[in-house]
Design a protein around this ligand. Structure first.
Ligand SMILES: [Zn+2]
Length: 334
């Protein structure tokens, strides 16, 4: 709940009047807005409002504070929050902050333009393998990974690469595989440009021993977003989560994003299988959410469900999702 709403619901108008030194007369409170001797100002405790029967002055706790102290709406809120020790919900702040930040970021659709139809073919896999085998990790990316706490063995095990000159490399790919094949493999965006950029860390994703997917970790401008060639045909990965103490709940089910989150529980909102969340009651639940509108709606639904069922949750936890992701790809590779 927002601070202003909290004040309206939780601070009794009676206490506000007493805090503002508005005293009682014979009939009611002495109205400070006209020359009152009888006490014509009446309050409704259920609605938390005041009204003067004589001069017609009316309003709520914030309104009267503003008028008596001659301060702005914001200052009145500040004053009441301080005096009555009302604090804004931290999770509420975090959620709206997070949602507004996520809204600003581009969606998968506007990055990649279109989804790749069908399953990853052997030929797609061949192109992905070629990309991984013919590139190395640029020192800038390596430094970035060091700062993130990755050590050389882990970097090698995961098989990160970066493409130093993507515009040249894509020409090489076109020459070797043809533009249609690249398109089919989800490697071209709607402008038919190569999806990977100089700032992308590329992570090969293995399925049954061969590369089924490439993920790009964008490190430009401090962003740590994963971006992908987008494959419609890949099945959502639902990991075994029973043994985990921390549960991450995420809301994007367009294949690749759900892949990321090992230990993250995937629910398809359209199937309304929220009931499945009940079994996590005693675990530490992180609601990670997603960046597109569908994801936002999903997060709200999940939060509503959890609240209604008295299940505690924490908003956030993306970082841990990433850690889980690396565990997961290492497991898949071996
Ligand atoms: Zn009055």
């Amino acid at each position: 709940m927002k601070l202003v709403e909290k004040i309206k619901y939780q601070v009794p108008i009676k206490s506000v009047l007493s805090k503002l030194n508005i005293r009682k007369g014979a009939n009611g409170y002495i109205c400070p807005f006209h020359n009152d001797r009888e006490g014509t100002l009446k309050i409704s405790e259920t609605e938390n409002r005041f009204e003067c029967e004589r001069c017609g002055a009316t309003g709520d706790q914030i309104e009267i504070t503003k008028k008596i102290k001659g301060i702005s709406f914001e200052k009145a809120i500040e004053f009441l929050a301080r005096e009555f020790e009302i604090k804004e919900d931290e999770t509420e702040n975090m959620l709206s902050e997070w949602l507004s930040n996520r809204d600003k970021k581009p969606t998968l659709e506007n990055i990649f333009g279109k989804e790749t139809e069908g399953k990853v073919s052997k030929h797609d896999s061949k192109i992905y393998t070629y990309i991984i085998n013919n590139n190395q990790l640029h020192h800038i990316h390596r430094t970035f990974l060091y700062k993130k706490g990755f050590h050389d063995d882990l970097i090698k095990a995961i098989g990160f690469v970066s493409i130093e000159k993507p515009h040249l490399f894509v020409e090489k790919l076109k020459e070797k595989f043809g533009i249609e094949a690249l398109d089919n493999a989800g490697l071209l965006n709607r402008k038919r440009e190569f999806v990977f950029q100089k700032n992308n860390l590329i992570i090969p994703f293995f399925e049954e021993g061969s590369i089924a997917f490439l993920a790009g970790w964008d490190i430009a401008g401090g962003k740590n977003e994963f971006t992908f060639p987008h494959h419609k045909g890949i099945k959502t990965f639902i990991p075994v989560i029973e043994t985990k103490e921390n549960i991450f709940i995420t809301g994007d089910f367009k294949a690749c994003f759900a892949f990321l989150k090992n230990g993250c529980f995937s629910i398809i909102p359209s199937q309304n299988n929220m009931e499945a969340l009940l079994k996590f009651k005693n675990k530490k639940i992180f609601v990670c959410g997603e960046k597109n509108e569908m994801g936002n709606q999903f997060v709200r639904k999940v939060i509503k469900f959890l609240s209604e069922h008295g299940i505690n949750y924490i908003i956030g936890g993306f970082e841990h999702c990433f850690e889980d992701y690396f565990d997961f790809i290492l497991k898949k590779k071996s």
